[in-house]
Design a protein. Sequence first.
Length: 539
Amino acid sequence: MGARLGTVDELSRRGIAPIPVEKGLHELRRLLCRKQGNVATAVIGRLGDVPTLQVAKPELPFLRFLEKPRVYYPEVELVVDADLSTTTDPYLEDHVFRGERLLPAVMGLEAMAQVSLALLNTNEPLTFEQVRFERPVVVGQNSTNTIRVAGLVRSPDCVELVLRSSETGFQIDHFRAVGRIGGGKLESPPQALGQRQDVVVDPRHDLYGGVLFHGGRFQRLHKYHELTSQQCAAEISADGTTSWFSRYLPGGLVLGDPGARDAAIHAVQACVPQTALLSVGVERIKGSLTGHTGPLFVHARERDHFANDFIYDVALIDNEGRLRECWERLHLRAISGADFKGPWPRGLLTPYVERTMWDLFPGVDLSVAFAHDQVLDRRERSTRAMEKTLGASAIIRQVNGKPEAGNGRGVSASHSGDLTMAIAGHAPIGCDLEPVVARAPTIWRDLLGIERFKLAEIISREAQESLDEAATRVWTSIECLKKAGAGLTAPLVFTKVKSNGWVLLSSGELKIASSVVRMKDEPENLAIALLTGGEHARV
């Protein structure tokens, strides 16, 4: 009728939204089939502020992101705006990536949670599903960005949510999620957290300001108990007294401490330390940190990895061993052009080198581990490192001291000072470490021989590095060939230089990956070489 009268556009401008024909007919059939008393029913879209129909609107909770309601139909729809700036939201200054202040994903979730609980009129824990962080929300240093959060109730316990931004004219969904009351009980915490190991890296000294861009309020990583390329166990601190908003804005939080939650996510970064990871989605978030202020333990385990995408399950456990919150299938994506090139703390060498080997030789079966200890002797330290590469399998020593793996895999170890590197995989396998020491070209020629000294000169030119670095690469590669059982006359040829600085060499079917890494708090660079072979070692 409105279309025939030509009033649809005018009504829309007044905030009165027409009901699509299909939905209107569906509601008509539903009401005709419904058994009810003498009750008048009105089926409406948005009506705006019309005097003929007044909808009772309970007062919204006094929360940060509910400050400017634009559309509010209780238990149906809520659209709110909130102006963000570094003055009103000082945490933005602690979340700067590549010079841009980004709205943290955890704060976007907080905004959507506030809308959800206002719409569903409940204080029960909220489960998030189908969460997507499609596009970052950027806030300029001296400007204001308005975010708009819209929630639409789909069922009595379910609300669909989107977060948009004034920087894109509110035309793009930056964040999306489905909020649901309840969502099932939390499972038992991962058993691996009970096996606390030595701290392998100091986050404040080794990660923040380098591998991690997070500052101030978000620097909650305290220590790691376990760290490999596919899982980590870390201790983080929760703080219920941190000020997140300006003093004139409500400071209540529905989901609890966002700093601890963000730390649980960026703790995973150390598993892939060579490139920056940003969260792009999560399948399900269960549990809550509301009211928790003590230490938390995060355990993350990789479930899948393809191209530049990494899928992890993340669990947060309190000091009494109770699972407080879990993120199922957290989706992280590597950001191009954001590679970390060092200097490398010792504790990050294991995930860095192992990840790089998997990238260089897709499908190859190998694992890498580093161990450093000033008390243990070399034999004990190499045993510890090799056992890390093998998991539960034990190391068996032959009469001559040569190590063997109990599960049949090949193992190799090398030492440089109090640092030991080990590699395990299907034979042939080998590894070597050597500090880069300055030597005269004549000394390098005597050490390497004429032919392999020429190889060092080629690598120096192709990799654009010093002769000392290139010659040390060749030296460590030769040692790998010896450990793999290749003869002294085995050929060794240059293959290519990768964009990340790794150099690939080959000797028949044997493949060698070589790197010179800058070590943190160490006077000398360290040359690393690893050898593998077989049909999977394809460059």
